[in-house]
Design a binder for this molecule. Sequence first.
Ligand SMILES: [Zn+2]
Length: 52
Amino acid sequence: MVKEQIKNNKKHFICEECKFAYKEEEWAKKCEEWCKKHHSCNIEITKHAIIN
Ligand SMILES: [Zn+2]
């Protein structure tokens, strides 16, 4: 399940598998689907992640 997190008054969506954070829920879901299936990260997806 994608997790919602509020940080600096902004809502982020966390992939529970790899813990990357996304601004759009869509990307977090895509990431999680990929992570569960392949047990690795897809750079085409993780490039949309928020870098902390
Ligand atoms: Zn992920």
